[in-house]
Design a protein around this ligand. Structure first.
Ligand code: FPP
Length: 246
């Protein structure tokens, strides 16, 4: 049974909801392999779970959800796997445009859109445009995202600002850097969940995760349920966040 009730900030036992959750959706390939299925079947199952978890996060009142869907390194995968993923992204974004008209979720993409084909890029832009004035959860879909790439872009953009005089070098501080990331204006993630039992950050939100709590779960992403999300939030509540203090 779901632990959190719709749109309630706290459940009966007084748990606090993280404002921003990040999820590294890992384990699709292993899930498929264990069933003797092609990896693309694992991604299809993973996309279904992505829909369920996104809806649940929005329903229980999470304000920001960031999912790692495709990294800057994932292009190195076999061509058939990459094209199966692109097909899934297109299907989801087409469905989001036609079926979720009255949705409250704001869809954003973090990452470099320029490497996607014209159709997919157009769908990404259309989804952002269509949803930008909504007032619900912000869903960041990290696609062609790599945190090092994001930081290099931020350094270049700040350097341009210094060169053209719009940024004073002495005024550069942590906020300047944050303001030049894809997540500018958003709070840092409070909780990052990584299913599939891997203890790695895999180039995900390196700057933003400075004080994030990590929950690693021994479940492959296609097996992940809303109960697992509840469990991760419970574990988050047991952490004593000190942000470098005592
Ligand atoms: C990592 O598992 C997963 C990915 C690279 C793809 C994640 C994408 C989805 C879950 C689909 C999301 C869909 C939308 C519409 C955003 P892996 O393949 O590395 O698994 P493995 O470590 O077991 O091989």
């Amino acid at each position: 049974m779901a632990l959190f009730k719709k749109k309630e900030k706290q459940d009966y036992s007084g748990l606090v909801l993280p404002e921003h959750i990040g999820i590294i959706m890992d384990g699709n390939g292993r899930w498929a392999k264990s069933r003797m299925l092609p990896r693309s079947a694992g991604h299809r199952a993973g996309a279904k779970v992505f829909r369920t978890i996104t809806r649940y996060c929005s329903d229980i009142g999470i304000k920001y959800l960031t999912v790692y869907a495709f990294s800057t390194e994932n292009w190195r995968r076999p061509a058939d796997e990459v094209s199966a993923l692109m097909r899934l992204f297109k299907d989801y974004l087409e469905e989001a445009l036609s079926d979720f008209k009255d949705d409250t979720i704001v869809v954003r993409f973090i990452g470099d859109k320029s490497q996607f084909d014209d159709d997919l890029r157009a769908l990404m832009v259309e989804n952002e445009e269509e949803s930008k004035d909504r007032d619900g959860m912000v869903l960041n879909i990290a696609m062609n995202y790599g945190s090092r790439d994001e930081l290099v872009r931020a350094v270049k953009s700040i350097s341009e600002g210094v060169k053209d005089g719009s940024i004073d070098i002495n005024s550069i501080d942590e906020k300047t850097v944050s303001d030049h990331l894809y997540t500018a204006g958003q709070p840092d993630p409070d909780l990052i969940i990584r299913p599939s039992g891997e203890y790695r950050i895999s180039n995900f939100m390196l700057w933003q995760a400075a004080y994030t709590e990590f929950v690693i779960m021994n479940k492959l992403w296609p097996d992940f349920t809303t109960d697992d999300l509840d469990e991760a939030i419970k574990l988050f509540n047991q952490r004593n966040r000190r942000f470098g203090g005592v």
